[in-house]
Design a protein around this ligand. Structure first.
Ligand code: ADP
Ligand code: MG
Length: 277
């Protein structure tokens, strides 16, 4: 599929952009053109060093995208720019067709539906798995405004579904501090899911995990695709191969190559800078 560039699209629709936008509920992510995330010609410098250098990539709604690349390639900076932690010097970052992330605060971006999983798990160790998920739900501004009794049933159902997804049903009353490293990571993914994100960014999810935990994490992230869009940054090639559909290789702040895992692994530039290191 040929992806229509955001700038082209905006130019082409500049006269009737408002009429077009009216078809979408305000605040809703407009993915009618396919992509849920547009990163276009984005550059970020730190003291003159270009961490991101004219970076462009597009993630489709419901896609699971893997991002690989050597240390310092700009992977974490890319996530910082998407979530509003770092501001781009130049370029566009849009969530759907209409939400300009560069104009939104970190809080607004999170509330709009972009969840981010950092490398270190940040669960509440003195609280049970259940309480951790419940706390995460209370943060979700979309959940509370209506009838409490009706919502409680819905919330319970959702909490139950997420427990199933993250494989912690048996640990529901276990204190989070007692969980294994892998289980803590799944709990944190569960807490993000309680916020009902449309797009989930996950930075090096299997660092420190056992082989079995990594396999379970691969299943978990794969199961989220479709319902959510997921961007996974990971070094471990076996892991990436096990979940990969489309892979983007970053190098020196730009996209070096993009394609299936097989295409990537045959790419000479990729072999030179990354796989052959
Ligand atoms: P990756 O996640 O691919 O390993 P990063 O995005 O963390 O790469 O870093 C890209 C480059 O930008 C690195 O050279 C790093 O040292 C630099 N960098 C990242 N964040 C900052 C910052 N806040 N200040 C200065 N330099 C930074
Ligand atoms: Mg990083």
């Amino acid at each position: 599929m040929k992806i229509q560039k955001l700038s082209n699209w905006r130019q082409a629709h500049s006269t009737n952009v408002h009429a077009d936008t009216n078809l979408v509920t305000p605040g809703e992510v407009d993915t009618r053109h396919g992509p849920i995330l547009y990163v276009e010609n984005v550059s970020v410098s730190f003291d003159g060093f270009k961490a991101l250098n004219n970076l462009s990539l597009y993630v489709d709604d419901g896609e699971l995208r893997c991002i690989i690349g050597p240390n310092g390639a700009g992977k974490t900076t890319m996530m910082d720019v998407i979530t509003g932690k770092t501001r781009p010097d130049t370029g566009d970052i849009f969530f759907g067709q209409t939400m300009d992330l560069a104009q939104m605060t970190e809080y607004e971006i999170a509330t709009a539906g972009i969840g981010r999983k950092f490398q270190k798990p940040s669960v509440f160790p003195q609280h049970s798995v259940f309480e951790n998920l419940e706390l995460a739900m209370r943060e979700n501004k979309n959940v509370w405004p209506t009838l409490v009794a009706r919502m409680t049933t819905e919330q319970n159902d959702r909490l139950d579904a997420i427990l199933q997804t993250i494989g912690l049903k048996e640990q529901v009353y276990t204190n989070a501090g007692k969980l294994s490293h892998g289980q803590k990571q799944w709990l944190e993914i569960g807490m993000l899911l309680m916020q009902e994100p449309r797009l989930l960014l996950v930075d090096e999810p299997i660092a420190g995990m056992t082989h079995q935990e990594a396999e379970r994490t691969a299943e978990l992230l794969s199961s989220l695709a479709g319902k959510h869009s997921v961007v996974v940054v990971e070094h471990d090639m076996e892991f990436v191969r096990s979940i990969a559909r489309k892979v983007t290789v970053l190098h020196e702040g730009s996209v070096l190559a993009e394609g299936t895992m097989d295409e990537i692994q045959r790419d000479r530039r990729v072999i030179e800078v990354y796989l052959g290191e």
